[in-house]
Ligand binder design. Structure first.
Ligand code: NAD
Length: 301
């Protein structure tokens, strides 16, 4: 058996299309254009690529994009002043501060300064608490992307055994809350977990968010399981084989695991594109909530 390929490029394009249609309606019927402000402090190359891509896709779905590229030596006070200004700006419905921040800035303080209603990354402590207690929250984009993909593939997840490998605040922990809400039986494994392979072998749903290239092998996975690979790992390659000198792989040994899984996301082209699509849908949702308008269906947790 070869598992079905869960095509994140295609599915994220469908989500962007839905968002785009809703944005058009908002503009035409309500005279409101959703706006996303993205703050980048410093010149981290990966962050620059992400921010550029976020801005481009924001404009493509018809929203306003506001980009703030700040010097790497920007003080905490300056950054907090900008956030305060954006919190009070009626044209801005979503605010995202690209992480990681330079070492002299306190990320927790900065993230918690963003209005929870505009916190489209879902990292504010209020949103973390709301999600953890099963209430309406802004949900972090990557786990939301995984959830939408699982719903599309599986539908009702009630009673399924799910394992999440990784316990980070941005992927593993929020993912666990989302799957508990879907009535899954959830196990969260991490670097200190014993007999991880055995735990994986009983899981109907396996989510890998580890940051270890191709850690999860074929014989870890239950026959027919749905496997979601969040990992993005750069591995060096001989220039003679690949002119880039590197390739991107996930946390799952794709070639091996696809023989056993019922469905599997590739890397690249799986969860990566879903993340930005969910950022756009979160911005749309934040805009609807700010204006007391009905939220779009099928784009939230
Ligand atoms: P993190 O480093 O914050 O957390 C990694 C987790 O993996 C930790 O909880 C750790 O305990 C666990 N871990 C480490 N080694 C392990 C091992 N050998 N066995 C079991 N568990 C182990 O990482 P993160 O921010 O959650 O990201 C995880 C991966 O997902 C990274 O590759 C990252 O680049 C990727 N990522 C992708 C997206 C996306 O848009 N697709 C978004 C966020 C993160």
């Amino acid at each position: 058996m070869v598992g079905k390929l869960l095509d994140g490029k295609n599915f994220s394009a469908q989500i962007r299309e839905k968002v785009s249609l809703q944005v058009k309606k908002l503009i035409e019927n309500e005279g409101v254009t959703p706006g996303l402000a993205v703050i980048l402090v410093g010149e981290d190359p990966a962050s620059q690529v992400y921010v550029k891509s976020k801005g481009k896709q924001t404009v493509e779905v018809g929203m306003n994009s506001y980009e703030y590229r700040l010097d790497k030596n920007t003080s905490e006070k300056e950054l907090l002043t900008l956030i305060k200004k954006l919190n009070n700006d009626k044209n801005v419905h979503g605010i995202l501060c690209q992480l990681p921040l330079p070492d002299h800035l306190n990320s927790d303080l900065v993230i918690n300064a963003i209005s929870p209603h505009k916190d489209v990354d879902g990292f504010h402590i209020s949103n973390v608490g709301l999600l953890g207690t099963g209430q309406k929250a802004m949900v972090p984009c990557t786990p939301l992307g995984c959830l939408l993909m699982l719903r599309e593939e599986i539908g009702d997840m009630s009673g399924k055994n799910a394992i999440i490998i990784g316990r980070s605040n941005i992927v593993g922990k929020p993912m666990a809350h989302l799957l508990i809400k879907e009535n899954c039986t959830v196990t969260v494994a991490h670097s200190r977990t014993k007999k991880i392979q055995k735990l994986c072998s009983t899981a109907d749903i396996l989510i890998a968010a580890v940051g270890r290239p191709e850690l999860i092998k074929e014989d870890w996975v239950k026959e027919g399981a749905t496997v979601i690979d969040v990992g993005i790992n750069r591995i060096e390659q001989d220039l003679n084989i690949n002119p880039k000198g590197y390739k991107i792989v996930g946390d799952v040994d794709f070639e091996g695991v696809k023989k056993r899984a019922g469905a599997i996301t590739p890397v690249p082209g799986g969860i990566g594109p879903m993340t930005i699509a969910c950022l756009l849908s979160n911005t749309l949702v934040a805009c609807c909530r700010a204006n007391n308008l009905q939220e779009p269906k099928g784009l939230t947790a």
